[in-house]
Every structure is written in C-alpha cells, then in structure tokens.
Write a protein that binds this ligand. Structure first.
Ligand code: PFF
Length: 442
C-alpha cells in the first residue's frame, strides 16, 4: 500500500493538471488525446514495468541497480537520470510556485478576474518577478525539508487525502461545465472527436509530444520508478500495481480536459493557442463565477501544491540518493546541495517564460525519452531473463503475457521510442535555432 501511494504520489502532479491540458490544446485536442492514450497503453504501461523489474530485482538506487545488473558501462545511464532530474525539477518547482500563489490569493483576496485581460494580468503577476521567485524558493525549501527530515510517510498520508480530493473537485467542475456552460458541446467535440487526417498530417509533432507527456506524467525515464520499486516485496504482482497507477494517473489527466476545455471555449479563446497559463486562466475564471468558488479554489490549488510536492520529493530523493551513494555525502548535505542547485537553476524561469520552453523542451522531448529508451533496451536486450523472471515473480499465472511484454519491449517499443526521440530532438533544435536564438537577439 505504501508503494502504491508513493508511486501514485509521484505520478499524479503538475503533469496531469498543468501540462496535459495545454499539450492537448496545442496539439489539436482529440488528435492528441487519441495518440496519447495509445501511447500510455501500448508504451507507457510496458515501460513502467521495465523500471519496476529493475528496481525490485536489485533493491537499489537507479545508478547502483544498472551497475549491478549491467556492469560499469550502464551506470552512466544513471548520470542521464541525474541531469534530467535537475533540469525537470527546476521548472517544476517554479510552476508549483504559481499554484501556491493562486492558493494564497484565494485565501486572502478571493478570485475576482473574469475577463481575458484580467485573467491574463493575474497570471502574468504570478508567473514572473519577485513573487514567482519567492514561491519557487518556498516550494524548494519545503521539498528539501521533507527529504532532509525523511518524513516521506507524512506525504503518503497526504496523498491519501489529496487524490480523492482532487478527483472530487474535478468531477464537480466537469459536471458544472457540462450543465452550465453552453459552449461545452463545442469543447467536447474539440477534445473527443479525433480528425484522423489531422493525425496523419501532424504525426511528426504529435508523436514526440505524446511520448514526452506520457513519460512525464508516469514519472518514467529518470529512474524514479526504479527507486520506488526497490522497496517492493516479492509477493506483489507488478503488472497489477502498474495497472492501478497508470489508470488512476490517466483518469485524472483526461478529467482535467473535461474541466479546462469548456471554460476555454466559454471565454472564446482559441484552444490551439493555449499555453502554460491554460489551467490558471480557465480555473480562476471558474472560481470567480461559481457559487462557493473561492473555497473550492483554495482547496483545489492547495491540493495541487500537495500533488506537486509528492512528485517533487520523488525527484529530489533520487538526486540526493545519487549524491549519498556516489560521493558518500550525509543525507542532509546531499539534499540541501541538490535542493539549492535546483533552486538556482530555476531562477531564470521566474524571469522569462522562454526558459520554461528551454528546460521543458530539453527534459521532456529529449532527456526523458532518451532515458526511457535506454532502460527499455537494457531490459529487452541486456538482461531479458532477469527481466522476465522478475516480472513473473509474485504472479500466479501469467501465461504467454510475459513473453509478449518482452518482445514488445525489444522491438516495436524500442523502434517507436527511437523515432520519438529523433523527432523530439530535431523539434527541440528547431526551437533553439528559431525561438531561443531570436529571444537572445532581442
Ligand atoms: N509525474 C509527475 C507529474 O505528472 O507531475 C512529474 C514527474 C515526477 C516526472 C517524477 C518525472 C519524475 F521522475
């Protein structure tokens, strides 16, 4: 139970609530949803099992686990995880700080913005400048404090309350959208009716976007699930646990779409133009208009901060355990050093959102997919017997499902990941050459 709670705590976070809706919006709504769900089921689920088998087999941190099973060469993959963790957590914390500010606003002032101008101004104030920096600092202090104090179990209790709470509020908001927003039917059409010609035309951006989002949301590609599975007993059925985690995580993300899109259509905004402000703009508007919205908003934003905390600690734990194991640092020193480094790296994101694209693009389109590809190749080709044996441990009767999993991992999944990585990396290089250089040149 502790494992499922911790893994759900890591998986459910800003990926579901903040990142999913604007990715889906920007990539064509239903077209994205369709490819994304396919990716989760056919690649995310087998890939989470890949990390689980490594973790439970060795009962070690990712670097040690890969070294034990594959020799010295493979420990460098752990180095990629560490780089990914630093980059990802740096902006993750800044975005968590935005949610924290919306929580504080609700607590002390309430939500009043309703027009697109007011909503945009409120988001602008929260997302850059001193308040963004302070919120980022506060969030990293909290994450670091939890890791130093080793009070992860407290977070597991919080996850128990947070997940049902978030689900409950989202269901309520989705129902409100369905009944009270006339534009809801347009929104559902955008979100749910895939136009297959759009998919065929845009697959080169859809595929890496869905891949990156799938790994981001399931906490895959940087060893976090290896770490968590290392605490797992031999009696557990890995596939069953994975199914629970993946379904819950996916359900929450899809539900967020049912909340966000009706409000975007109500505001008359172009769903393909939404960005990282999507959830803030649509929900702040909801909380300003719905009766009891202020209380609902405070509870919702507060719970998202908890969801972000339970994800962030899984990343900082991985970074700290690397420093502890490799450099023999004491836990407090390792956590404080990693937390401070993450904080400093995140500072540019509080100054200009171009750094959000710079970091998120690198972590999501390149590093997570690369990390996932490497562990997939590792289990598929370097330690297939160990992998299969571990997968079937604790399982009564798996039949041929085990070998189907292994062959899926070995060839088709590896190929899709190579293609996703290629497309993601070239897209990122284009962003660097056009947008980022353009920004640098003023
Ligand atoms: N899965 C988390 C979310 O959806 O917010 C983010 C995350 C946590 C990504 C841990 C990667 C990770 F290793």
């Amino acid at each position: 139970m502790g494992f499922i709670l911790a893994a759900v705590g890591s998986a459910v976070g800003l990926g579901n609530i903040w990142r999913f809706p604007f990715q889906a919006g920007a990539e064509g709504g239903a077209a994205f949803l369709f490819v994304y769900l396919g990716f989760i089921a056919l690649i995310g689920f087998p890939a989470i099992l890949v990390e689980f088998v490594i973790g439970r087999r060795t009962k070690r941190n990712p670097v040690g686990a890969l070294k034990e099973l594959g020799g010295d060469r493979w420990k460098y993959v752990g180095g990629i995880f560490v780089v990914t963790g630093f980059v990802l957590l740096s902006y993750y914390s800044v975005v968590a700080g935005w949610f924290f500010q919306y929580f504080i606003t609700g607590l002390f002032e309430g939500y009043t913005a309703t027009t697109p101008e007011e909503l945009g101004a409120a988001f602008g104030a929260a997302s850059s400048g001193t308040s963004a920096l302070l919120a980022h600092a506060a969030f990293m202090i909290a994450v670091t404090g939890i890791i130093v104090a080793g009070i992860r179990s407290g977070i597991e209790i919080a996850v128990k309350v947070m997940v049902p709470g978030i689900l409950f509020i989202l269901l309520g908001l989705a129902a409100y959208g369905a009944f009270a927003i006339p534009e809801a039917s347009q929104a559902y059409a955008y979100y749910l009716q895939p136009d297959f010609s759009v998919i065929a035309e845009n697959w080169q951006t859809l595929l890496p976007a869905a891949a990156g989002q799938a790994f981001f949301t399931l906490s895959l590609g940087m060893g976090v699930m290896i770490t968590y599975a290392s605490y797992l007993g031999e009696d557990r059925n890995l596939a069953e646990d994975a199914a629970v985690i993946v379904s819950l995580d996916t359900f929450i993300a899809v539900l967020v779409g049912f909340v966000v899109f009706p409000f975007i259509f109500q505001a008359g905004a172009d769903p393909t133009e939404v960005g990282p402000d999507a959830i803030f703009v649509s929900l702040a508007q909801a909380f300003a208009t719905i009766p009891g919205g202020r209380l609902l908003g405070v509870v919702f934003f507060g719970m998202v901060v908890i969801a972000a905390l339970s994800s962030a600690i899984s990343i900082l734990e991985m970074l700290a355990s690397y420093l502890i194991d490799e450099f023999k640092w004491e836990r407090p020193k390792a956590a404080a050093a990693a937390g401070l480094a993450v904080f400093v790296l995140g500072i540019p994101v509080t100054i200009d959102l171009v750094f959000l694209d710079l970091f998120d693009g690198l972590a999501d389109s390149v590093l997570l997919v690369l990390g996932a590809l490497l562990v997939v190749l590792f289990v598929g080709w370097v330690i297939p017997e160990d992998g299969l044996d571990e997968l079937t441990t604790g399982v009564e009767n798996i039949g041929s499902l085990g070998s189907i999993w292994l062959w899926a991992v070995r060839i088709p999944i590896a190929i899709v990941l190579v293609i996703s990585l290629y497309l993601g990396a070239t897209g990122y290089l284009e962003f660097l050459a056009d947008d980022f250089l353009g920004w640098l040149n003023g």
